[in-house]
Design a binder for this molecule. Structure first.
Ligand SMILES: [Zn+2]
Length: 69
């Protein structure tokens, strides 16, 4: 799904407001802020309705790393 940067920005703001927390990338655990370079941020909505923001470079890491640990 392609989202414009403005759209991503407002979604990140909404997420942070709703969860009263910073958005963080599940791949590297770094915070994602609305003033980051959003071109490198991906948005994923899972089938359960969980919204995830993560760095493009971390997508593969997160998906491949599932069930490892
Ligand atoms: Zn990351």
């Amino acid at each position: 799904m392609h989202l414009s940067e403005a759209k991503k920005k407002s979604m990140i703001e909404k997420w942070a407001e709703k969860h009263k927390a910073l958005v963080s990338c599940p791949g590297c655990n770094e915070a994602i802020r609305e003033d980051d370079d959003l071109e490198t941020i991906e948005y994923i909505k899972t089938r359960r309705g969980t919204e995830i923001f993560l760095h493009r470079g971390c997508v593969e890491k997160v998906w491949k790393g599932r069930g490892r640990q």
